[in-house]
Design a protein around this ligand. Structure first.
Ligand SMILES: [Zn+2]
Ligand SMILES: [Zn+2]
Ligand SMILES: [Zn+2]
Ligand SMILES: [Zn+2]
Length: 216
């Protein structure tokens, strides 16, 4: 895990390198939510890799209090901008969440996550390669987006293919909502680097596991 300082110093190096470094870190061990720019779509959650380039991520709490663990069990795995994520990352709550909770952004193709349980300053539990339950609210959102499309795999198999955001392209009204969320997210066009606003006409290009927001 890199420290904030490391990420800061990275920003002086080549843009392309940063994007690769961030996506490698997201794949290897994940990055604390407070150390990356998280962009909330209407449906999905992304990390900003460079101007206008987004990669969809999972979010989960990699550290929990013993109390929290006793009441709710292992952390739930979020893969959509669900009600719980909305609540924890809304303008009023975001700072508190980033200060007191330990959300990790991660990319993975298998359901094997690490998290630890804490009582005050002491770690009382550590789970490695642990399969997490999918967040129910996220599952509802993805089921809605999948509805009416030809998909053979179960929801959980599908989730770990990391291709959920491809579904948006098949449905103009879903895509439109995601694009509106991007218009108000303070992004820049990946090509011309101009600031994207509600007045911008934008579209997305899917490039491997990430998407590029474009205005020109
Ligand atoms: Zn690992
Ligand atoms: Zn969720
Ligand atoms: Zn606080
Ligand atoms: Zn542009």
């Amino acid at each position: 895990m890199l420290l904030p300082k490391t990420l800061q110093s990275l920003s002086t190096t080549q843009r392309d390198n940063i994007a690769t470094t961030i996506s490698d870190m997201l794949i290897d061990e994940g990055i604390a939510a407070g150390l990356v720019d998280i962009v909330f779509g209407h449906y999905f959650v992304y990390v900003l890799l460079s101007d206008g380039v987004l990669i969809p991520v999972f979010l989960y709490e990699e550290r929990m209090s013993y109390k929290q663990f006793q009441s709710y069990g292992a952390p739930k795995l979020h893969f959509c901008h669900c009600s719980e994520i909305k609540q924890d990352f809304c303008a009023q709550q975001r700072h508190h969440t980033l200060t007191h909770r330990h959300y990790l952004a991660k990319i993975t193709k298998c359901n094997a996550f690490s998290f630890s349980i804490w009582q005050g300053a002491s770690q009382v539990g550590l789970y490695n390669d642990y399969p997490l339950e999918l967040c129910a609210a996220c599952s509802d959102i993805l089921s809605e987006i999948r509805e009416g499309q030809r998909i053979d795999s179960t929801l959980s198999v599908f989730v770990f293919k990391n291709e959920s955001f491809h579904l948006l392209q098949a449905n103009p009204s879903f895509l439109q909502k995601e694009l509106i969320a991007f218009q108000v997210a303070g992004l820049e066009c990946y090509k011309c680097k101009q600031k994207i606003t509600l007045d911008s006409q934008i579209w997305i290009q899917i490039n491997g596991n990430h998407l590029q927001v474009c205005c020109c």
